[in-house]
Write a new protein. Structure first.
Length: 68
């Protein structure tokens, strides 16, 4: 996967906490941040999917399609 440099402004306390966790458990702060972002994206995608399924459950045409 291609990498691209990115710059973010982040709360100082949050950054220090991330550095501490990364130092103990990851190869680098970059790896920790990358994993945290991947996890956040996955969680958000799941939330969106669940919301879409709740909406689909109210859609009569969708319900007819899955029952056929």
């Amino acid at each position: 996967m291609a990498k691209k440099r990115a710059t973010f402004n982040i709360d100082e306390v949050l950054l220090e906490q991330a550095k501490g966790i990364a130092k103990e458990n990851y190869k680098s702060l970059n790896k920790f941040i990358e994993q945290a972002i991947k996890k956040a994206i996955y969680i958000e995608q799941q939330r969106i999917y669940e919301q879409e399924m709740k909406e689909a459950a109210k859609d009569e045409l969708y319900l007819q399609d899955i029952n056929e």
